[in-house]
Design a protein around this ligand. Structure first.
Ligand SMILES: [Zn+2]
Length: 189
């Protein structure tokens, strides 16, 4: 008996349906053309507040929904697969969603941050960059960081949003833009 035992009964119910048959032909071309990056917090599952259904989006979650080297690698890989296997696309949009009241903010506490760094061997300065203190600010930072990452396909787009855990509403902070257009200087200015 584990914590998963009772939940596994739901798997039997799932397997009894044909939902899994509704997969996109290529799993890196999800039905809604979305790659969502968000926090691991159990209150902020995009399947709940965006109503994401089977096969509609790729989803990567970490503490805060921050654009880390590991997240960049995942997006680079998925976007490379589109370039390599389905170059005509459609290419996905990465929607980075940060949220209010994020547990990453506990790392704002210097002592707790120090203790965690000591305990687990992490770099204190890097940990200091993790907290989603103001999600409007951090999501802008992460959109810029991802658009500037040379590893990702130039043909995907990136947008930034904040999910409010009180109202349940998502607000768009940064509209979708492609890495190339973000880097291009205006001509004939
Ligand atoms: Zn969070």
């Amino acid at each position: 008996m584990t914590n998963l035992t009772a939940i596994l009964q739901r798997n039997q119910q799932f397997a009894a349906t044909d939902i899994r048959r509704h997969a996109p032909p290529l799993p890196f071309l999800p039905h809604r053309g979305l790659f969502v990056v968000c926090c691991i917090d159990c209150r902020v599952d995009p399947a709940d507040y965006l109503g994401l259904e089977f096969g509609e989006a790729l989803v990567a979650r970490n503490v805060g929904g921050r654009v880390t080297p590991a997240i960049i690698q995942d997006i680079a890989y998925a976007s490379f697969l589109v370039e390599a296997k389905a170059p005509q696309g459609p290419y996905f949009e990465v929607a980075i969603i940060h949220h209010t009241g994020c547990g990453s903010r506990l790392l704002e506490d210097e002592q707790l941050r120090h203790d965690f760094a000591q305990r687990a061997g992490y770099d204190e300065r890097q940990l200091a960059e993790l907290p989603v203190t103001d999600p409007t600010d951090t999501v802008r930072t992460d959109v810029t960081r991802l658009l500037a990452a040379p590893q990702i396909s130039q043909r995907i787009t990136v947008s930034g949003h904040v999910y409010d855990t009180e109202s349940g509403l998502v607000t768009t902070i940064v509209d979708a833009a492609a890495p190339a257009s973000a880097a291009v200087e205006p001509v004939n200015a």
